[in-house]
Design a protein around this ligand. Sequence first.
Ligand SMILES: NC(=O)C1=CN([C@@H]2O[C@H](COP(=O)(O)OP(=O)(O)OC[C@H]3O[C@@H](n4cnc5c(N)ncnc54)[C@H](OP(=O)(O)O)[C@@H]3O)[C@@H](O)[C@H]2O)C=CC1
Ligand SMILES: Nc1nc2c(c(=O)[nH]1)N=C([C@H](O)[C@@H](O)CO)CN2
Length: 235
Amino acid sequence: MTAPILITGASQRIGLAFAKHCLERDVPIIATYRTHRPAVDDLVQAGATCLHADFASNAGVDAFIDTLRAQTPTLRAIIHNASDWLPESPDTDPADVMAAMMQIHSTTPYRINLACRDLLENSDTPTDIVHMTDYVVEKGSAKHIAYAASKAALDNLTLSFARLLSPGVKVNSIAPSLIMFNEGDSEAYREKTLKKSLLGIAPGETAAVQTLQFLLDNPYITGRRIGLDGGRNLV
Ligand SMILES: NC(=O)C1=CN([C@@H]2O[C@H](COP(=O)(O)OP(=O)(O)OC[C@H]3O[C@@H](n4cnc5c(N)ncnc54)[C@H](OP(=O)(O)O)[C@@H]3O)[C@@H](O)[C@H]2O)C=CC1
Ligand SMILES: Nc1nc2c(c(=O)[nH]1)N=C([C@H](O)[C@@H](O)CO)CN2
């Protein structure tokens, strides 16, 4: 029986694309969703186990962990993909922005990794944790300060968990910059953002899926950050 891959935040965009990619390769998937979309029903139809989870509170994280552990005795990988891209705003208390960003991007992966390490270690072949971070861990962000700090915390979790879980579990980050736009992004924003990298494109979900698969397939990379950013660091 092939151990399943857990991917969080898989009801849309990159998470959904990776879940579909795995199912097409007959790799079992446990996908979390917060919002029930038709895509969740499609994943179930395709054979995925879809679990509702809201990681905004520790109670929600712990309830998910209990459900996950009742679902499977082993995992092939954990992909921490769930994320909110919250900007600072005059309407929001900065303390609330920081708390929300740290909760989803740092506390949630931290608690799940510690509580579920045995599901990864119960394997006679290498297993993986992948943290989806962001290029801004290198540079910060003037408009998403708490978001960037929380992704930098996640980037650092990669180093600690790589040390803690070696040699059985590889732990890496993927640090994307623009992968895909959001509905409603203006033409002006799109034009400005495309110019931020050398390659000047929004590659789409496939670029992230390819990078995830590369890490799962590679037996000799751990504790590393893979920049998926079109050369943004050189602009
Ligand atoms: N898209 C891009 O260009 C870039 C993406 N990244 C990173 O790559 C990853 C994937 O990006 P993308 O696909 O755009 O991500 P999304 O913005 O689409 O978010 C992924 C999912 O996270 C889920 N989520 C958010 N908050 C919570 C919560 N409190 N509890 C449970 N689930 C939650 C949402 O669930 P639901 O919809 O079900 O409510 C959402 O579908 C993210 O970590 C992102 O930060 C980094 C740089 C660029
Ligand atoms: N959870 C999300 N994080 C991020 C998103 C997103 O849509 N959801 N988008 C970006 C931008 O594409 C940014 O990289 C453009 O410079 C960043 N993070």
